[in-house]
Design a protein around this ligand. Structure first.
Ligand code: SAH
Ligand code: SF4
Ligand code: F3S
Length: 477
């Protein structure tokens, strides 16, 4: 069956408001006279992580968060530009905000993030209800822009920076379950994949001071968190030079620094670029039990000619070698991927190569998209978007189908095995069951047991599987 909205990681995903701030709401500004802000986040995890930085900045400027849009004085939307559909969703939300603004004219509307950066002043021209437009590197200027907007000015700051990493800002965990937290370790991207808008919306790549990363992770551990995910568009190219000693910290070393904070802290990371993932990183993962055996290694296409047009800078052979190295050095590792179907000039045979690499790499899952041309990117300037939409969608359906078969087989192979699982909370379907993930990032459902609570580790024996999740029972706690 074709699914118009296939497995999606980076398409708009609204913060689950029922959870928003449940754990850490009391950390926010509690001044009874404080104004309130309401924030919605779309796009990738980096955007969600940025919203937590924005919340921190606003809290210091006298604003308290609210889950209720009607009650707010300031509505913010943190936007994504990765595909046309992501932008269309933002426009729809702006119409909803517009309705509210008609009944409450004093409320301010701010657009943040990648779409703000891409459209710049055009946003103010196109969407009359928008009061402020702020790009990803300019969030420190928010209080200033808001003050101006309160006086009736429409403000914009979309300056990109070569240095900004918000290293000193302690994010306010807006949507946290109190168990898992995200930490941005770098910003921007220098890769220039021809289809991708991110280098234009997020600017140059820069790595954050690793000692501030360790401090943030340690703080989370002290507050009872059990899992951190280190975020960047290309984490394997993390590179920080100590300005005094000139010593370099690379990604493998950073992973080790974070792994050593506490043996009970699970460490995940995303995203790895196939051209940059080194054996040193793989050996580091193999060495530390708390570095999860799971690597998100987006291939985009299984065909070398298409990869060249995409400017991914690796070919199929290189990718296959990296996958072999992962399974050799970390035999139990799970690998997941991203795919784009119907990229410019892709033939049917080349599309078949994407299907075969799913089987060959044995991905546990993939995020799959059809190509969406983005204005200003290399591909938009150089190549014709010549694959008809119906063909792009049919190829996407085929990729989705093969991936679901491979995922299912992978899950079947797990039946009978025992995994250490971090309990995350009640399963969606039943409050008699818990959910939690394996180190390999597979969601697992199992019956509750007295004495076991969210945040605990348990050993679960897998007894069965549905297409996307494992089913099991606790054998040891
Ligand atoms: N930095 C990550 C990807 C970030 S964007 C990496 O290099 O892997 C997330 C995913 O969105 C990409 O992996 C790609 O599969 C998809 N994507 C990016 N631009 C796209 C476009 N123009 N059309 C369709 N999908 C796109
Ligand atoms: Fe985009 Fe490529 Fe950078 Fe990923 S590595 S963010 S796909 S340019
Ligand atoms: Fe979207 Fe920007 Fe992330 S374009 S995917 S929110 S970096």
């Amino acid at each position: 069956m074709y699914n118009d909205n296939p497995t999606i990681a980076f398409e708009p995903k609204k913060i689950d408001e029922s959870k928003q701030g449940d754990v850490y709401f009391d950390e926010f500004n509690k001044d009874p006279n404080a104004k309130h802000f309401y924030i919605e986040s779309y796009g990738c995890q980096m955007n969600f992580s940025d919203s937590e930085i924005v919340a921190s900045i606003l809290s210091k400027a006298g604003y308290a968060p609210t889950r209720n849009m009607e009650e707010s004085d300031l509505i913010l939307i943190n936007t994504c530009s990765i595909r046309e559909k992501a932008e269309a969703n933002v426009r729809q939300r702006l119409h909803i905000f517009n309705k509210l603004k008609k009944t409450k004219p004093a409320v301010l509307v701010g657009v943040l993030g990648c779409m703000a950066e891409r459209l710049k002043t055009k946003f103010l021209e196109e969407e009359k209800i928008v009061d402020i437009v702020v790009g990803p590197d300019a969030y420190r200027d928010l209080p200033n822009l808001i003050a101006g907007a309160e006086e009736g000015d429409r403000g914009i700051n979309v300056l990109l920076s070569r240095e900004e990493t918000y290293a000193d800002i302690s994010p306010l965990r807006l949507a946290s379950n109190g168990i898992s937290g995200f930490i941005s370790i770098m910003r921007g991207c220098d890769n220039m994949c021809s289809f991708c808008v991110v280098p234009f919306t997020r600017g140059r790549e820069r790595s954050r001071n690793p000692f501030t990363i360790v401090a943030e992770a340690t703080d989370l551990v002290n507050r009872g968190f059990k899992e951190v995910t280190l975020l960047g568009q290309n984490v394997d190219s993390f590179k920080w030079e100590n300005p005094e000693t000139k010593e370099i910290v690379n990604f493998a070393q950073l992973l080790e620094m974070v792994a050593l904070i506490h043996p009970d802290l699970r460490v995940r990371f995303s995203t790895s670029h196939p051209k940059d993932i080194t054996d040193e990183v793989l050996h580091t993962i193999a060495k530390h039990e708390n570095l999860c055996n799971y690597i998100h290694l987006p291939v985009q296409s299984g065909n070398s000619r298409v990869l060249k047009l995409m400017n991914r800078t690796y070919d199929r052979k290189w990718y296959e070698e990296r996958v072999e190295a992962i399974y050799r050095i970390i035999p139990d590792c799970a690998i997941s991927s991203d795919f784009i179907t119907g990229f410019c000039t892709e033939t049917e045979e080349e599309h078949q190569d994407s299907l075969s690499i799913i089987r060959q790499s044995k991905y546990t899952m993939s995020y799959m998209f059809f190509y969406s041309e983005r204005p200003g990117t290399l591909a938009a300037r150089k190549y014709e978007d010549d694959i008809p939409l119906a063909v792009k969608k049919r190829r996407l359906a085929e990729v989705v189908q093969v991936q679901s078969e491979v995922s299912h087989q992978h899950n079947l192979n797990d039946v009978g095995k025992t995994f250490k699982i971090l309990v995350e909370g009640d399963s969606k379907k039943s409050d008699q069951d818990f959910k939690g993930r394996t180190g390999t990032n597979k969601m697992t459902i199992f019956k509750k047991k007295p004495g076991v609570k969210p945040g605990d580790y348990v050993f679960v024996k897998v007894t069965g599987t549905t297409s996307a999740t494992l089913l099991g029972e606790i054998i040891e706690q």
